[in-house]
Design a protein around this ligand. Structure first.
Ligand code: PLP
Length: 369
């Protein structure tokens, strides 16, 4: 016997709740960790899947004046979201030469990843500010060792180019004991000495937690802003900012031997109460959470039983006390790293795969500056 509860939601569908004030607090915490540095924010991939249109203005209100994205189109979205407020926006992935006039018009600054791009910039948009990325060991993007030495030997190649920032990126920041961290820091320190007066940026979220030696002049945090744990297994001072809240649709009792869901991959050994919840892999609750992930009702963990379907998940509510259809089951929150781990992935991938059909609720941010 269950009663259907009236819930303050338009239909029995899951909501994604994004707490903008928490994102602002995480930004402030990053600033406190590195008071001598300027804190930028990485908002690529639509603000880690959470909505750049909302997150960029909230961070601007918290004092952020430097944003980083991967693509030109993301930079345009960030520029629109700023609605006229002044901020620098850098594009990590570089540019096609034909884009340069439009970038100049929109005030979007390319990151130069090889010397040939420096020449294209000089030729096509010499007054457009840029950053230069030096590869110090990741071997992904940026000037390689030979090009780096060539530029250090002949800094006149930067004459009449408005280089606003030099940067590099850590490969192993999430592994504090990895020897590559110190090697990259030393290489970057040497590069910085060759280009005095240009602000230098090395650290992403995990790098910032490696300590002041890694802070340089400008921070580039992404994940930490959204409450991810930069180095899993190591303490993180950041608060979770994202929760999924999905309603229970139906509750049933399994008898011993009953199975759940596609493939009948879970068999009850004893009587269990199971709630069917309105969320699934279409919402980004990965299929790999089947028989491994969990949600929460209040503080109680409710394990996922059987496979995750496209729109539905079964959770074990035997230990959850009285529950009824309409009651919310929460996912993510402070469990995000643990959940990602249970699906052999990382919180980054989990965030950017959150589905498009959520009702997205943005808890308001504080207006500050
Ligand atoms: C994504 C990215 C960042 C931000 O990394 P987090 O680990 O999310 O803090 C910083 N720098 C570069 C070059 C990136 O690609």
């Amino acid at each position: 016997m269950t009663t259907i509860r009236t819930e303050p939601r338009a239909e029995p569908a899951p909501r994604l709740i994004i707490d903008l004030a928490t994102i602002q607090n995480n930004y402030s915490r990053l600033r406190d960790l590195a008071p001598a540095a300027d804190a930028g924010a990485v908002v690529k991939a639509n603000g880690y899947g959470l909505g750049a249109a909302e997150i960029v203005p909230a961070l601007a209100d918290a004092g952020c004046r430097t944003f980083y994205v991967a693509h030109t189109s993301e930079a345009r979205e960030a520029r629109d979201a700023l609605a006229g407020r002044a901020a620098d926006i850098y594009v990590f992935n570089g540019f096609w030469p034909s884009e340069l006039p439009a970038l100049r018009k929109a005030g979007i600054f390319p990151v130069i990843n090889e010397l040939a791009q420096l020449e294209q910039l000089r030729e096509l948009a010499p007054d457009l500010p840029c950053a230069i990325h030096f590869d110090t060991g990741m071997n992904r993007l940026g000037l390689g060792a030979e090009e780096t030495e060539a530029l250090i030997a002949d800094p006149a190649r930067l004459d009449a180019i408005d280089v606003r920032q030099i940067m590099s990126h850590l490969a192993c920041g999430d592994m504090p004991d990895h020897p590559l961290n110190a090697r990259q820091r030393e290489r970057f320190t040497r590069i910085r000495a060759a280009f005095p007066g240009i602000p230098a940026s090395l650290s992403n979220s995990a790098g910032i937690l490696l300590g002041p030696d890694y802070h340089f002049d400008v921070l580039r945090p992404g994940l930490a802003l959204f409450g991810g744990v930069p180095a899993p297994g190591h303490p993180s001072p950041f608060e979770p900012a994202v929760t999924i809240d999905a309603p229970i649709l139906q509750i049933r009792t399994l008898r011993p031997g009953d199975t759940i869901g596609y493939g009948a991959t879970y068999t009850a050994g004893e009587a269990r109460r199971v709630a069917t919840v309105a969320a699934g892999y279409a919402d980004g609750l990965l299929r790999a959470f089947g028989n491994g992930g969990y949600g929460r009702i209040g503080e109680t963990r409710v394990p996922i039983l059987g496979r995750v379907s496209m729109d539905l998940i079964g959770v074990d509510v035997t230990e959850a006390g009285p529950v009824a259809p309409g009651d919310p089951v929460c996912f993510l929150g402070g469990d995000i790293e643990d959940m990602a781990d249970s699906a052999a992935t990382i919180s980054y991938e989990f965030l950017v795969r959150l589905g498009l059909r959520f009702h997205r609720i943005y808890k308001p941010a504080a207006k500050r500056r």
